[in-house]
Design a binder for this molecule. Sequence first.
Ligand code: MG
Ligand code: MG
Length: 251
Amino acid sequence: MINRKSREEIKRMRHAGHIVALVHKKMREVVEPGISTLELDNIAMHVIKENKAIPTFLGYNGFPASICTSINEKVVHGIPNEKEILKEGDIIAIDVGATYGGMVGDSAWSYAVGKISEEKQKLMKATEEALFAGISKMRPGNVLDDISGAVEDVATSYGMGIVRNYGGHGVGHQMHEDPFLFNYRVGDKTPIKQGYVIAIEPMLNLGCDDVFTEDDNWGVVTKDRMPSAHFEHTVLATDDEPILMTTIMEG
Ligand code: MG
Ligand code: MG
């Protein structure tokens, strides 16, 4: 069942989301050729802890790090590693979760490492645009399929593949709550209600839809080894405009 969040829960989630956004602000500064994904993890952990939050991913189903770092053909769930060094032309998706006051914020962003190809630029543009198209449908009067369809339409208009096996999700006391949200139409007529909080997270591929899981049982990689991008915000449905929970709060 889908829980509507109370005003008080939303306040704590907004704070958790603010901390997640602070991590992304820092990632944007430090992502450059030569840095390892383990260094990124250490920096992210530091930002989360200095803001008195808990890294949600660390220990989640046994995940060994505070962030997921997924380079190029890796779609999601990459484990940070000291031997994995960013190089010019890579794209890296960084997924961040922080728990504050028992509530979770969850947001992923893809970053260019130095100068990237036009194809990768197009992939990132399409995925970010798909995210915001989905967010615009997060309002009472709509159903879950409206979000999924908006994401699918943008992906299709750019000719991108859509990862089928993973999608968005309710978020709150737990990182993954009901409902599951597909990134393409499945006919889900569940109505969106004020107080629902959902992590909307398109994962688009430059090539085919298909992915597989690596031997470490975490990393998800495109079958054709073409690049993949991932953008995610935690979003609150209100009676008015949808509210992004994973942005920096001013003041
Ligand atoms: Mg995430
Ligand atoms: Mg998520």
